[in-house]
Design a protein around this ligand. Structure first.
Ligand SMILES: *[C@@H]1O[C@H](CO)[C@@H](O)[C@H](O)[C@H]1NC(C)=O
Ligand SMILES: *[C@@H]1O[C@H](CO)[C@@H](O)[C@H](O)[C@H]1NC(C)=O
Ligand SMILES: *[C@@H]1O[C@H](CO)[C@@H](O)[C@H](O)[C@H]1NC(C)=O
Ligand SMILES: *[C@@H]1O[C@H](CO)[C@@H](O)[C@H](O)[C@H]1NC(C)=O
Length: 344
């Protein structure tokens, strides 16, 4: 029943957006909902003006006022640098962020020292919807990425576009992510998150631009999405339980990966990952589980792959237990497979 309620709300939002145009302040169809338009806080839809402060001021009002609130990013192109959408929000109801237009990241990489581009944190109940685009404008930052596994001392991690930390009961739906600097979507310390109808795009040559990266999270559903990027379409690492990835089209990219695991001490397990009805076209890998050999203990269990279509995939199924192994950096001793896996 929760699903039909959410669908209802979203249909209402679209109807309103068409009906009232950009400056919706009072909502006749759902009087309880207060709409906080970033334009009312000085944001300019010209793609040049730095609207960071306007967005942050609008977020504070939307998040910290009682009642049902919606932050609206209307039609237009809004340039912003790193932003922190911090909770907890005041209303017991989910907060909605409706993105109709395009949000552009500033291109100066020095704006992102140790910060992500758009960080959502400590929020219980978040709807990020609206059909709009987050354009990370990553081209400048890709050239500085080096191979982190080979030269960890000079490793730089580019900022993720949409970073969710400690978000529970979230719906991220009908959102486009384009040319992220680092990962497109990063989900960590989250529970009950649904990512539906995402459209994630970056060139196949863009380094470390994982589509959706999940760690330390439970009950995550990735559904009906199209991901074409330069690294893994979906990557899952430690501390993840109960993830369903269904009807995802992946390519170009490095496939759907679990791991690498066993790299760090006290690593948490990965359990119950289901990949259903997914399609891979022109990817390096299809379904991959990668672990470091003989390093630290860890486990991945109850992983199911069902109804998968692959076209032009170099390694359709790859269980690599000697990930990044060379005589110099690890001993040649494979991880133990405690229980068999089945290909039916
Ligand atoms: C929206 O509001 C801004 C100021 O808040 C105003 O300048 C602009 O003309 C309004 N646009 C429309 C379409 O009403
Ligand atoms: C797994 O997560 C889904 C939401 O994605 C939830 O509906 C389901 O109850 C969870 N299953 C278990 C066993 O917790
Ligand atoms: C995949 O989709 C088909 C068609 O919708 C459906 O019949 C089938 O049960 C699905 N497979 C899984 C594993 O969900
Ligand atoms: C695997 O997951 C199923 C539910 O999807 C559960 O019933 C079963 O107990 C799990 N097995 C293990 C070994 O965790």
């Amino acid at each position: 029943m929760a699903t039909s309620k959410i669908v209802g709300v979203i249909i209402l939002c679209f109807a309103l957006a068409c009906y009232k145009g950009q400056n919706v302040t009072k909502d006749a169809l759902a009087p309880a909902e207060k709409i906080v338009n970033v334009m009312s806080f000085g944001a300019k839809p010209d793609g040049n003006f730095d609207s960071t402060q306007a967005f942050m001021n609008a977020w504070r009002i939307a998040c910290k006022s009682p009642g049902q609130n919606k932050l609206l990013i209307p039609q237009g192109r809004f340039l912003v640098s790193s932003m922190y959408f911090a909770g907890p929000c005041m209303a017991p109801l989910p907060i909605t962020v409706q993105v109709v237009g395009t949000v552009l990241a500033t291109t100066d990489i020095s704006d992102y020292e140790n910060v992500e581009w758009l960080m959502f944190e400590d929020i219980d109940g978040l709807n990020l919807i609206g059909g709009g685009t987050f354009d990370g404008q990553g081209h400048n930052s890709w050239s500085r990425v080096v191979d982190c596994e080979k030269t960890p001392s000079t490793c730089i991690r580019n900022p993720s576009s949409l970073f969710f930390n400690k978000v529970t009961n979230g719906v991220i739906m009908d959102i486009k992510s384009l040319n992220s600097k680092g990962f497109h979507v990063f989900v960590t310390n989250c529970a009950n998150i649904r990512l539906i109808g995402l459209h994630i795009t970056a060139p196949s040559t863009s380094p470390n631009t994982d589509g959706i990266h999940v760690s330390h999270s439970t009950h995550v559903r990735i559904f009906r999405s199209v991901i074409g990027t330069g690294d893994d379409c979906v990557s899952i690492i430690q501390g993840v339980k109960n993830v369903t990835i269904e009807r995802v089209d992946c390519g170009p990219g490095h496939g759907i990966s679990i791991g690498s695991l066993g790299k760090y001490e006290h690593e948490l397990e990965v359990r119950e990952v289901r990949v259903l009805n997914c399609t891979f076209v022109g990817t390096d890998n299809g379904l991959r589980i990668k672990t470091w050999p003989d390093r630290y203990p860890g486990a991945a269990s109850n992983i199911t792959f069902h109804d998968i279509t692959m076209q032009r995939v170099r390694n359709p199924i790859i269980i690599d237990q000697e990930y990044q192994c060379s005589p110099a950096n690890c001993q040649k001793k494979v991880s133990l497979c405690l229980s068999p896996f089945f290909i039916l």
